[in-house]
Design a protein around this ligand. Structure first.
Ligand SMILES: NC(=O)c1ccc[n+]([C@@H]2O[C@H](COP(=O)([O-])OP(=O)(O)OC[C@H]3O[C@@H](n4cnc5c(N)ncnc54)[C@H](OP(=O)(O)O)[C@@H]3O)[C@@H](O)[C@H]2O)c1
Length: 339
């Protein structure tokens, strides 16, 4: 008797993704149908539910900053979704995971895609106090704001009558920092170049609005009046140097971003005579334990209704246009990408 066993052919999954191509220095981004076999190696295949637009995604879509080493490329530094396949010991099929950083969306294909194959060590479990949509409303921008808050707390920041400054306040990092610190009981000063968004910032909890120009021109003295009990700085450049000269004794600034420039000049006087600290924030290589703490804190400390009020939605098709808008500083708060 002969036994014939038919092994069903494994269906190849097809998926849509935003694919960036480069030709003679010109970059194009288009939603494209791809098949699973094109995905890079990794031990975690994720059905992406949401991604989000970060400043860095704008750079990658527009081909700026030499962040991508190989084309064609799928951007998207953040993603949340369900595990479809894995042989990792940390996760099982059906688990909800968040992937951010580790140069996903830069040198590895990222989250602007219905399917992503990544390494399990880049993923954290979606915390119980956040939905996938909320996690991506936070995204790397919000996670970095929380890394900044955690760094300031480690250096002694506590709520008191003095003001904590947030620069680039209407942006993603800024909006999450304003809302979280205000709800933790801090007096928040929000610096913005968009005075028309003052009501938005006050709605997130800002007590004071500071005009961008107050900080974006060089100061005359190495030590100005002590003004800030701490700062989350998303702007860098001249602003960072100016903030350092205005920090209160023994307080710190967390340097998160460079939306206003990558170079800054400052006197050493505030470090020597006021004991201030400059704290660097690196969201790309942050260790898993710190990520898990930050996600948990965001789930508990950032009120969900404030998160919703700073969040808009986009589709993959919207991203090429929105990439330019975020680079031009025209995006308000956070953008969730529905995959
Ligand atoms: N360290 C990390 O790991 C990490 C992680 C995430 C992001 N980042 C960096 O953090 C920065 C902010 O990211 P984001 O996602 O919040 O971007 P975003 O949403 O575009 O916000 C940036 C904000 O900076 C302000 N701004 C823009 N251009 C400026 C200029 N020329 N001078 C002064 N202020 C300017 C604007 O705020 P107003 O309109 O309120 O003035 C803008 O909304 C970016 O540089 C990003 O690359 C770093």
């Amino acid at each position: 008797m002969s036994l014939l066993v038919t092994i069903p052919a494994r269906t190849v999954r097809m998926f849509k993704a935003l694919l960036v191509n480069e030709e003679n220095g010109t970059y194009t981004a288009e939603v494209t149908d791809l098949d699973e076999s094109l995905l890079p190696e990794g031990d975690l295949l994720v059905k992406v539910e949401y991604s989000t637009l970060n400043y860095k995604d704008g750079m990658v879509i527009k081909g700026l900053g030499r962040l991508v080493s190989k084309y064609p490329h799928i951007p998207g530094v953040d993603l949340v979704g369900e595990v479809l396949e894995t042989n990792s010991e940390r996760f099982g099929v059906g688990d909800k995971v968040i992937v951010t950083g580790f140069r996903v969306g830069e040198i590895h294909w990222g989250g602007f895609s219905q399917l992503a194959r990544v390494r399990s060590e880049w993923a954290v479990r979606l915390p119980e106090n956040l939905s996938g949509h909320e996690a991506m409303a936070i995204g790397t921008a919000g996670l970095s704001a929380m890394f900044g808050i955690l760094a300031l707390e480690r250096h002694g920041l506590v709520p008191d009558e003095r003001e904590v400054l947030i620069t680039g306040a209407v942006g993603g990092v800024g909006s999450v920092a304003v809302a979280t610190l205000a709800s933790l009981g801090y007096r928040v000063a929000a610096s913005t170049g968009r005075p028309e968004e003052s009501d938005y910032l006050k709605g997130l909890g800002a007590a004071t609005i500071v005009a961008r120009e107050e900080l974006s021109t060089p100061g005359q003295r190495p030590l100005e009046s002590e003004r800030w009990s701490g700062c989350i700085d998303a702007v860098g450049g001249v602003t960072l140097g100016r903030v350092i000269s205005q920090l209160c004794r023994n307080s710190s600034v967390a340097a998160v971003g460079l939306a206003g420039g990558g170079k800054f000049e400052a006197s050493v006087m505030p470090f020597l005579l006021r004991g201030v600290s400059l704290l660097g924030i690196d969201s790309v290589n942050a260790p898993l334990a710190l990520r898990e703490t930050a996600w948990r804190r965001l789930g508990s400390d950032l009120p969900k209704q404030l998160l919703a009020s700073m969040t808009s939605e986009a589709t993959l098709e919207d991203l090429p246009e929105m990439a330019q808008q975020i680079l031009d500083g025209h995006v308000k708060g956070r953008v969730v990408v529905k995959i």
